[in-house]
Design a protein around this ligand. Structure first.
Ligand SMILES: Cc1cc2nc3c(=O)[nH]c(=O)nc-3n(C[C@H](O)[C@H](O)[C@H](O)COP(=O)(O)OP(=O)(O)OC[C@H]3O[C@@H](n4cnc5c(N)ncnc54)[C@H](O)[C@@H]3O)c2cc1C
Length: 442
């Protein structure tokens, strides 16, 4: 494929699929020569996906095809591999002379283990592995309390972030202005989605466009799911890095869109929670809550998944999720609370279902928000809050527009009766939660 003589600097794309304002890519191009971008379709991740037409894989595939075409226009290429990361790195190092490897840091427990194993391998070959901060505004232990401990409540965390955030933190890295450092070794063919074992999805992908009016009006519109442009729908692009979080935060700051900026800080907040407390992946953040006697009911769970609970607000949300891969935040909170409180089914089951369906699925945000809604996580007001789905609908969908869109049979004999009575279910949840916490503070 390439002459063995040329030493390559490899840039490894992961959750940062863009040429513009990409910190790791910028460093690779500034510090290295013959920069060859690569991507690895990780067989271990792909094999866990349940749906052959998973919309995230289709999106990833299209995005990579586009990146590859744009790199080829510059005379370079994107090399795409399919396998286990360590196996692929062994192959790359066997096939080429590699001088250095660059990537952006990833904070999920599994990604940290992957990078550590790759780092160790590269070290045995005398190849440095340089990681940069790109995915978030502040990472790991950059934001700590005065006592040097991680923040576990959002408001003080946010205050701290806002007190130190400057333009410098949001500076763009002009990775797209360094093209002369790319390796020019000829074009290779794009692999096919089929060869990865997947099929194209019919789910529409939200546009990667920062609409300034959405950010400016966000504080007024964000709570109403019937509004098509009430929120930015940029979650997927932040997840895959097709949009720079610094760019988005810069625009929010310029517009003085504080509520919107706050959401990006929530995103960072849960990333640092997962990084400091990786046990939350499988356990409650507040450990005493692991003693709750959860119910196990396949049929109740399936009614919740299908949007057949008899609570229109919950059903509208679940049906929106199933049809589009998106659910509005207000409704995510209510559906998650319904599963964990009304049905008393373990939050991790709902978390897994969201992970399967959400286009913007992100382990830190999904886990953090599920635990928040279930009352087992980082929240100043833990388990006593049980959302009343009917009141939520009245407040946030006063004309019933959102509910009618997703539950058109409402009011006919086809629509199911509520599967649980709100007051009884609330009482049962409070009683089970308090039993689990006997002798412990909530
Ligand atoms: C049970 C539950 C599960 C969730 N799972 C996810 C998930 O897997 N991935 C995810 O990105 N968000 C998740 N959220 C948070 C939030 O609902 C979504 O980020 C938001 O609805 C996405 O829509 P948007 O892109 O229009 O966001 P906007 O409302 O326009 O907000 C902009 C961005 O800020 C970030 N953000 C906003 N709210 C939150 C939050 N509460 N926590 C973390 N980041 C936030 C997201 O990156 C979002 O795209 C979850 C919330 C709940 C209650």
């Amino acid at each position: 494929m390439i002459a063995r003589m040329e030493k390559l600097t490899i840039f490894w794309f992961r959750r940062d699929l863009r040429l513009k304002d990409n910190h790791g890519l910028f460093r690779a191009l500034a510090e290295g020569r013959n920069v060859q971008p690569i991507f690895i379709f990780d067989t271990e991740i792909l094999s866990r996906l349940e749906d052959k037409d998973d919309a995230r894989v289709s999106f990833l595939f299209e995005t990579l095809a586009d990146l590859k075409a744009r790199l080829q226009e510059k005379g370079s290429d994107l090399w795409i591999y399919h396998g286990t990361p360590l196996g692929i790195w062994r192959k790359i190092v066997a096939d080429h002379r590699v001088g250095a490897v660059y990537a952006n840091r990833d904070y999920e427990p599994e990604a940290l283990r992957r990078d550590e194993s790759v780092r160790k391998f590269l070290e045995t070959q005398g190849i440095p592995f340089h990681l940069s901060k790109d995915q978030c505004l502040f990472e790991t232990d950059e934001i700590l309390s005065g006592q040097g401990t991680p923040y576990t409540v959002f408001t003080p965390y946010k205050k701290r972030v806002l007190s130190i955030l400057t333009e410098k933190d949001l500076k763009a890295f002009p990775s797209d202005k360094q093209e002369s450092s790319f390796h020019r070794g000829g074009a290779t063919d794009m692999i096919s989605l089929k060869s990865l074992g997947f099929e194209p999805s019919s789910i529409a992908i939200p546009e990667r466009k920062i609409l300034k009016s959405v950010l400016s009006d966000y504080a007024k519109t964000r709570d109403f799911p019937a509004q098509a442009k009430g929120t930015s729908r940029l979650g997927l692009h932040l997840r895959f890095g097709t949009l720079s979080v610094r760019e988005l935060a810069r625009v929010a700051r310029e517009l003085k869109a504080e509520t919107y900026l706050s959401e990006l800080i929530w995103r960072d907040f849960f990333m640092q929670i997962l990084w400091h407390f990786p046990r939350v992946q499988t356990q409650s953040f507040r450990e005493a809550y692991d003693r709750i006697k959860w119910r196990s009911s396949r049929s109740d769970f399936q009614r919740w998944c299908a949007g057949e609970t008899g609570y229109p607000w919950v059903d509208a949300g679940m049906r929106e999720l199933n049809a589009t891969g998106f659910m509005h935040n207000r409704v995510r909170m209510a559906t998650a609370s319904f599963l964990s409180k009304h049905l008393l089914i373990h939050w991790s089951e709902g978390e897994r279902y969201f992970a399967r369906r959400l286009l913007d699925y992100d382990l830190a945000a999904n886990n953090g928000n599920w635990q928040w809604a279930a009352g087992t996580g980082c929240d100043a007001a833990p388990y006593f809050r049980v959302f009343n789905p009917s009141l939520q609908a009245k407040k946030f969908d006063p004309d019933g527009e959102y509910v009618r869109r997703w539950v058109p049979e409402l009011g006919t004999a086809k629509y199911p009766k509520p599967m649980v009575d709100h007051d009884e279910a609330r009482g049962r949840a409070l009683s089970e939660y308090s039993k689990a916490l006997k002798g412990k503070s909530p």
